[in-house]
Design a protein around this ligand. Structure first.
Ligand code: FEO
Ligand code: CA
Ligand code: CA
Length: 641
């Protein structure tokens, strides 16, 4: 999510000391020294350690495309020899037979229309094959809304119908796509087509299911929640389901004048950002305090079964979840990595108790593993200054996680995962976004998008993993768990500090080898082992100051062994590039272009909806629309090759 920095959540006031305070002073001195060489010194010993042990020379994936110049203007650009086709923009009917209302460019579709149309602000997406690389399902998140574009008259005079339309523009979509005559298009109607809105029941799985803190008047059992909210990144499990993270859900609640310490720790504010609480009492924390605890989870969806009930997996911990990504241990257990995109919050991993089961007995693989993510052990990461780290168990009864300290049981530990991580001394990170696991060697990568509060007065200082004060540019960290994905120790280093060497401020220069970028966010490995990086700088930053030389948000390929980076795609004005998924044969890449034409306030003026962008339709009187884009090589070859 692109969010104005002044409004980013920033609620970690824990004293949570950790080892870093010891080294902060020394490192601050180093960075203040100012020379790029000093910064390189922080990186070099770490960077070298992976290069030495990674694949060398032959066998590394080739980048066969010519890197693009920085992006300027309201267009999407891909390299020579490639073609990019917008498919499935906001408002297109999803493809439910007999209920396919056409999109109206003046935003006059009703809330009921929106419930069967693609939502707004596309983010994480995954391709699920129905017929190999020619026909499949796309499962997609709709992270948030720009109510200035969503309604006739915009955000003024919100009412129950507008709130319902806004709720229906959030959530998830599943739609069918097919490659025909060299191009991808939606298949409509489709028996798989499905929307998940704020009215869709989600089951609660894991230790918080039925917990007293999860019970509400509407759901006295605490086992079923309507809707999923602010879903950001996504991934696909080895058993064929879709994982999606609930990220900035706290902004949808209104707490009034006296939020509780628990609500404050989770970023609750006096008023919600979308006025939902005025028309839907579920989001008024004074009336429904526990509704707050029913968001912040990783949700799991089986897109292949249109009748399946999606589940919130509480064993993975509650967080401002960007998303969740699965590795598999040698003995077949699932290890799920996740982080939370909020300043000074944490990185987690969950190790399943059981092994992944194969399909059989009339069950698909997804059905055979329907409870896999409900049982296991949750950990939070501590990155130590010597390049090692530790996964600290978030287990009730272990260490300080006892009833005396406010954690009555494991349900309360996962609901209050932030507070539990505070007392364990986990490392406060620079906004963890996407993760990606290198299929060739098991190193896990995570984008830390930025953190301008780092090192400011009364805020945590720099540490080894988050080494820059006023971190406008972000970095990518990586680690390798000891022995296997379930190892409790790990080694780590920084792949890169993003930035522009032309910048004067040392902390904004970075050390990118190749094409420059800022604010890394989306991240994925392709089948060949190239690391794809997507960026999300905000409209308030772009085209000026330290971002002057960086241009529109973009997507780049990176050879993780050498760090060489090449710009592959640049987006239209003020968009974010996010969401990355490939067909199994690697010849199609699907992405999301989110919030083209984003305004500094995140909310458009309905009188001038196309002030900054009119992508992708460019129609007179139109409005910009988030969309998925299918990218192919004209010769049908593998993307990036
Ligand atoms: Fe929704 Fe962290 O980006
Ligand atoms: Ca982001
Ligand atoms: Ca993101």
């Amino acid at each position: 999510m692109a969010k104005d920095f002044d409004t980013m959540e920033d609620s970690n006031r824990s004293s949570n000391p950790s080892i870093h305070d010891v080294i902060n002073a020394a490192r601050r001195t180093l960075l203040k020294g100012g020379a790029a060489a000093s910064l390189a010194a922080v990186m070099a010993p770490l960077g070298a350690s992976l290069t030495a042990c990674a694949a060398t020379g032959a066998g590394r994936p080739k980048m066969g495309f010519k890197g693009l110049p920085i992006g300027m203007g309201d267009k999407l650009v891909v390299p020579e020899g490639y073609v990019a086709t917008p498919i499935a923009p906001w408002g297109e009917p999803i493809g439910i037979a007999g209920n396919m209302p056409a999109f109206k460019i003046d935003a006059s579709n009703s809330a009921a229309d929106q419930a069967v149309q693609l939502g707004m602000h596309h983010d994480g997406l995954q391709y699920f094959p129905l017929d190999g690389s020619r026909r499949g399902l796309i499962a997609l998140n709709h992270e948030y809304t720009d109510d200035g574009l969503l309604h006739v008259g915009g955000f003024a005079n919100m009412d129950a119908e507008k709130v319902k339309k806004s709720q229906n523009a959030h959530g998830l979509s599943v739609y069918e796509v097919e490659l025909k005559d060299g191009g991808w298009a939606m298949v409509r109607p489709s028996r798989f087509a499905r929307r998940f809105t704020m009215d869709t029941p989600f089951a609660i799985g894991g230790p918080a299911a039925g917990h007293a803190l999860m019970r509400t008047a509407a759901d006295p059992a605490g086992r079923s929640v309507l809707g999923t909210l602010n879903n950001c990144a996504s991934s696909q499990t080895p058993w064929g389901t879709y994982l999606s993270g609930e990220e900035n859900w706290a902004f949808y609640f209104g707490a009034g004048d006296a939020p509780t310490p628990h609500q404050r720790r989770w970023g609750a504010r006096k008023d919600g950002s979308y006025q939902w609480e005025k028309f839907d009492p579920r989001f008024d924390l004074r009336q429904n305090p526990n509704e707050f605890n029913r968001f912040g989870w990783v949700v799991e969806v089986d897109p292949m079964d249109p009748t399946s009930t999606p589940v919130k997996r509480t064993a993975l911990g509650r967080a401002a979840h960007e998303g969740a990504w699965v590795g598999v241990t040698r003995d077949g257990r699932a290890v799920v990595y996740s982080g939370e995109d909020a300043r000074f919050e944490y990185i987690y991993k969950f190790v399943s108790r059981d092994k992944i089961r194969e399909a059989g007995g009339g069950l698909t693989k997804a059905q055979a593993n329907k409870d896999l993510l409900d049982h296991g052990t949750l950990f939070v990461a501590r990155f130590d200054a010597d390049g090692t780290g530790r996964w600290l168990p978030l287990v009730h009864g272990q260490g300080p996680l006892t009833a005396t300290n406010g954690f009555a049981d494991q349900g309360e530990v996962v609901i209050k995962a932030r507070q539990a991580s505070d007392v364990l001394g986990a490392t406060k990170m620079d906004r963890p976004e996407w993760l990606a696991i290198d299929p060739t060697n098991g190193w896990v990568y995570c984008t830390l998008t930025n953190n301008t509060a780092r090192g400011q007065a009364n805020q945590p200082g720099v540490d080894a993993a988050n080494p820059r004060a006023n971190n406008t540019m972000g970095q990518i960290i990586r680690w390798k768990d000891q022995g296997d994905f379930d190892g409790v120790g790990f080694q780590w280093n920084l792949l890169v500090l993003a930035g522009d060497p032309a910048n004067e401020r040392p902390e904004a220069k970075g050390n990118i080898k190749g094409d420059i970028y800022g604010c890394p966010d989306g991240l994925a490995f392709d089948q060949r082992g190239l690391l794809w990086i997507q960026t999300d700088a905000h409209a308030t930053q772009m085209y000026k100051g330290e971002f002057k030389g960086i241009g529109n948000n973009q997507m780049l390929a990176c050879d993780p062994a050498t760090g060489e980076t090449r710009r592959f795609l640049t987006g239209p004005t003020n968009c974010e590039i996010t969401g990355v998924t490939f067909t199994p044969d690697g010849t199609t890449l699907f992405i999301s272009v989110q919030h083209p034409g984003e305004t500094p306030s995140d909310r458009s003026d309905p009188k001038e909806p196309a002030k900054y962008s009119n992508w992708p339709d460019y129609t007179l009187g139109g409005r910009p629309r988030s969309s998925n884009v299918a990218i192919r090589k004209k010769d049908g070859g593998v993307i990036g090759s």
